[in-house]
Design a protein around this ligand. Structure first.
Ligand SMILES: [Zn+2]
Length: 203
């Protein structure tokens, strides 16, 4: 990700800190079972994380979204329909993001200022607009690739652990596709990071 972060310095790729703190993020929920499994695990470990939610999933599963809020996790906007920035006009991208924002605000008053582009793909014009609107565009330090069917759970864990450093923003997915790798990697990552003296925080 080093090259990308030089190309897009106004997006957030990590938190600059020397403290041993890492930021777990979960994209594409909320959905039944998988999101609830993540919430149970985070609760057990008393960890707060950040969920980049798809607006349409909030609409379909409001009770799970309410649980994320009730358990005091952070919420980010991941558009309403998980749109691909590179294939979407500025107007459409903005309106889809606003639609997600409205869905979030059906359940809590304050809008989120965090945005993560689906697929990590966003046109310069789209990013510029969102930054002007006061969004922080959150990218990642470590992408677990938990969604890759060809990646074994062990390989998913390995690529994640070796990249951890202070301020890392780590991407998981609370989706059906990613469940197998995520459910294997997340608990072992938490155990490892705790042993190494890391704490976890919301963005
Ligand atoms: Zn996504």
């Amino acid at each position: 990700m080093r090259i990308l972060s030089y190309l897009f310095p106004r997006y957030t790729w990590q938190r600059l800190t020397k403290d041993k703190v890492i930021y777990l993020t979960f994209d594409d929920g909320p959905i039944p079972d998988v999101t609830e499994w993540v919430l149970d695990l985070l609760q057990q470990h008393q960890i707060k994380a950040t969920f980049f939610c798809i607006g349409d999933n909030i609409r379909k599963h409001p009770m799970i979204f309410k649980r994320i809020l009730a358990e005091d996790h952070q919420i980010g906007n991941h558009t309403f329909n998980h749109v691909k920035g590179w294939q979407t006009s500025l107007e459409e991208y903005i309106s889809n993001t606003e639609q997600c924002q409205q869905e979030i605000q059906k359940h809590r008053q304050e809008p989120t200022s965090l945005f993560r582009p689906p697929y990590g793909k966003i046109k310069k014009s789209q990013g510029k607009y969102l930054l002007q609107q006061g969004f922080e565009v959150i990218m990642w330090t470590i992408i677990t690739k938990d969604y890759q069917a060809a990646l074994s759970p062990q390989a998913c864990l390995k690529r994640t652990l070796k990249r951890i450093k202070p301020g890392s923003i780590i991407v998981f997915h609370d989706s059906q596709k990613a469940a197998k790798n995520m459910k294997y990697t997340l608990p072992l990552l938490i155990d490892y990071a705790k042993k190494e003296g890391y704490t976890f925080a919301r963005l």
